[in-house]
Design a protein around this ligand. Structure first.
Ligand code: ADP
Ligand code: UDP
Length: 236
């Protein structure tokens, strides 16, 4: 499978067409952004970590009955995925308070919730990804009622599987963002990526941050955090 024309260049990945109209190739970059693109930088080796980890997690989720876009890893940075039309909703699940939740609601980071929370943001850079609820999403025709129910159920399932998996590696899954897409026949599947860019990972013993917060908050050791997560997942 080979890349043909570049369809899109985002902040963290490029997307290429292939000879098969139902498949695209995503190519993971080392570029990092935060705070709505205001902070920019590079994290050496991040593209490799995110590509490999995301692919591994998609395969794990498939085993647990969650359909994903994953098809085939081509090399360290490039993967063939099923082409979808992205549902313009960022789905965020939280198990522990952190980030914008702590800021918005004025609570410390680290409060373990009795039940996970779910929130939606409208995936729209011009509007700065505003928070919205499912009624807003329906009003804006971003998804149908059935699609929203499917997405919520799948998101909680993803959380269940990943939370248990990461705990087995000595990592707390604090929160994460996922995206869903529609195949040509309308089927909803998990798309985009699951990586230290899109999840908060804390060491289960020390609460050390092993994710993009090290970049966002200038904590140092950014590359080492990504490497450590790679080591936990692949033992290398
Ligand atoms: P952004 O667009 O936020 O800068 P990226 O740099 O990660 O993000 O770009 C990748 C883009 O590809 C995203 O807009 C994402 O929604 C989209 N995408 C992810 N998976 C698929 C897929 N399977 N088919 C089509 N588009 C996808
Ligand atoms: N997240 C993401 N992309 C976004 C916004 C959030 O991947 O555009 C992830 C982020 O890495 C974290 C979770 O979603 O794991 C919750 O992020 P939060 O709302 O706390 O926002 P932030 O702290 O990034 O402002």
């Amino acid at each position: 499978m080979e890349k043909t024309t570049q369809l899109y260049e985002g902040k963290a990945k490029k997307v290429f067409a292939t000879a098969d109209e139902n498949l695209v190739i995503v190519s993971y970059k080392d570029d990092a952004t935060a705070f709505d693109g205001l902070k920019k930088g590079q994290i050496m080796g991040k593209g490799v970590v995110n590509n490999r980890m995301s692919n591994y997690l998609c395969q794990l989720l498939e085993k647990h009955g969650v359909p994903t876009h994953y098809v085939e890893e081509l090399n360290d940075r490039e993967t063939v995925v099923k082409k979808v039309s992205i549902v313009p909703l960022e789905v965020i699940i939280r198990n522990i308070s952190a980030g914008s939740f702590s800021k918005k609601y004025g609570v410390e980071e680290g409060i373990v919730f009795d039940e996970p929370t779910l929130e939606f943001s409208y995936k729209n850079d011009d509007l700065h990804d505003p928070l919205l609820n499912q009624y807003h999403a329906l009003a804006l025709k971003l998804a149908t009622k059935e699609e929203i129910e499917t997405i919520k159920a799948m998101a909680f399932k993803v959380n269940e599987v990943l939370k248990a998996y990461f705990l087995s590696l000595g990592v707390k899954l604090v929160d994460f963002k996922i995206e869903f897409g529609r195949l040509a026949d309308g089927t909803i599947i998990l798309a985009d990526e699951i990586s230290p860019d899109t999840c908060r990972f804390w060491d289960a013993e020390t609460n050390e941050k092993l994710d993009k917060d090290r970049f966002r908050r200038d904590l140092g050791g950014v590359e080492d955090a990504y490497k450590e997560m790679m080591k936990r997942v692949f033992g290398e």
